[in-house]
Write a protein that binds this ligand. Structure first.
Ligand code: ARG
Length: 482
């Protein structure tokens, strides 16, 4: 048994076993929340003092003590004690040790239950803004590389079979579209993160005349939460963030899957920059796409974090239960993993070399102009289903005679339909197939600039969101630290 004092020793005859203190500690994880915890406490103490719940002198004293702690956190000299369960207890302990009774008044009208979730929400605001900033970087990479490859022809695939020719610009803008939806999701999630539970106290609110609007605005939150029981137990915003991170990881994984096989010898569409490739310990010739593979591989952990939290939440009655302590590991891990993966994806894509000749040659194979021939017949009056059948027959003939559709002579083509005339040779070349697909959202290099322009304005909007929110948080925190 340990006889050392902890925050809640009063009710106990004997101290908890050392094993219990170790088992219940979250210090290794929540030490990352230290700065937010102090800022939350400064806001709380300003409010306590403004409301006359503690004296102005005590308020000043506590604030001063907290600011010293903040400096020590920043230079890494805060004397944290392992046995004190979590960062919140440590900070309160250090403060009280230094300023005695005044420090012991800090926790008036507050519980760790509302304190901890306020800290997590502050952490997550910054985390989301950083994730969004990294994603914007990736979006810009897509836009730039797409712009440079507006008319670079590559096979378009369905079922990993040659389908219709597209351009690299179009292909990359499809990835851009997915990523821009990821950003929108994070922006949405941010709105639900940016709500202040401080003042919910343990669960039921408090008898003191606190001002929750005031603490909420001091911390730069949108507004205080409306139900104290929900305030201390809601982790929806965490599940939502982890889902958004998982889906984003799935998107990155899908991009990386292409990077891996497009750089294989069989495809050889792209070559990864040496900076983002690795070698083999035994085979001297190897250049492997380990960065892409690891990004793909880490998606499992991202989804794991989401399942972890949903499973934890599933069994919990209202309100705070200690299980909720485990939420932070998932958030921190997911955020760190995701930002690293986004950075690497962006770097890999920005430095790719496209083997244009190889992609064009590949696009010549596989009858990718067959749909165009069918469409040609439709324009000449044949019903589409019939045209499909006729062109299928022509393809069959080509396979048997080892020819391409464009190799056939007019008289050979006429054996499939009398409707075919010499103007057919204007629609069969690959570049024609690509340029003629001008329907909204289509692959034609003539309309890709519309998508690019749209993309750049999306990026501008998202950038404005990040800087707007950052300013708000910075201003709030600067005022607290002053
Ligand atoms: N370390 C705890 C956590 O992260 C702090 C809250 C403790 N609250 C309690 N009722 N034991 O959730």
């Amino acid at each position: 048994m340990s006889s050392k004092k902890v925050l809640w020793s009063g009710r106990f005859k004997e101290g908890a076993a050392d094993a219990t203190l170790t088992f219940t500690s979250s210090l290794n994880t929540d030490v990352k929340l230290a700065r937010y915890d102090v800022l939350g406490s400064i806001a709380h103490v300003k409010m306590l003092s403004a409301q006359g719940i503690i004296s102005a002198a005590d308020g000043k004293n506590i604030e001063q003590g907290l600011k010293e702690i903040l400096t020590q956190i920043e230079d890494g000299t805060l004397p944290i004690q392992e046995r004190l369960e979590d960062i919140h207890s440590n900070i309160e302990f250090i403060l009280t040790d230094r300023i005695k009774d005044a420090g012991a008044r800090l926790h008036t009208a507050r519980s760790r239950n509302d304190q901890v979730v306020t800290d997590v929400r502050m952490f997550m605001r910054d985390a989301i803004l950083e994730v969004v900033e990294e994603l914007i970087g990736l979006e810009k990479t897509f836009l730039e590389v797409a712009k440079d490859n507006i008319d670079t022809i590559v096979p378009g695939f369905t079922h990993v079979q040659h389908a219709q020719p597209v351009t690299i610009g179009h292909h990359l803008l499809a990835h851009f579209a997915r990523i821009s939806r990821d950003v929108e999701r994070f922006v949405e999630a941010y709105r639900r993160v940016n709500i202040c539970p401080l003042g919910s106290a343990a669960l039921a609110g408090t008898t003191y005349n606190i001002d929750r609007e005031y603490t909420s605005s001091l911390l730069g939150f949108q507004h205080p939460c409306g139900n104290s029981m929900d305030g201390v137990s809601d982790r929806d915003f965490i599940a939502e963030f982890l889902f958004d991170a998982s889906l984003c990881a799935v998107h990155l994984s899908s991009i990386c899957e292409e990077l891996v096989y497009w750089s294989s010898q069989e495809f050889a569409f792209i070559e990864m920059d040496d900076a983002y490739a690795t070698g083999s310990s035994i085979m001297p010739q190897k250049k492997n796409s380990d960065v892409a593979e690891l990004t793909r591989g880490r998606t499992g952990a991202a989804i794991g974090d989401l399942v972890n939290i949903l499973t934890t939440m599933k069994g919990l009655p209202l309100t705070y239960n200690r299980d909720l302590q485990e939420d932070k590991d998932a958030v921190f891990a997911s955020y760190e993993r995701l930002t690293a993966c986004i950075k690497m994806c962006s770097a890999m894509i920005a430095t790719l070399t496209f083997n244009k000749e190889r992609m064009l040659n590949a696009a010549e194979e596989g009858f990718m102009n067959a749909t165009d021939l069918a469409d040609y017949l439709v324009v000449k009056g044949m019903p589409f289903r019939k045209a499909h059948e006729v062109v299928g027959g022509a393809v069959r003939y080509c396979i048997d005679h080892q020819k391409k559709l464009d190799d056939l002579t007019l008289s050979e083509l006429k054996t499939f339909s009398e409707l075919i005339d010499k103007d057919v040779f204007e629609i069969l070349p690959l570049d024609k197939c690509v340029y003629r697909r001008k329907s909204l959202g289509g692959t034609s290099p003539e309309i890709i600039p519309v998508q690019l322009d749209n993309g750049y304005s999306i990026v501008d909007r998202q950038n404005a969101f990040v800087s707007g929110e950052r300013n708000m948080i910075e201003q709030a925190f600067e005022a607290l630290e002053k």
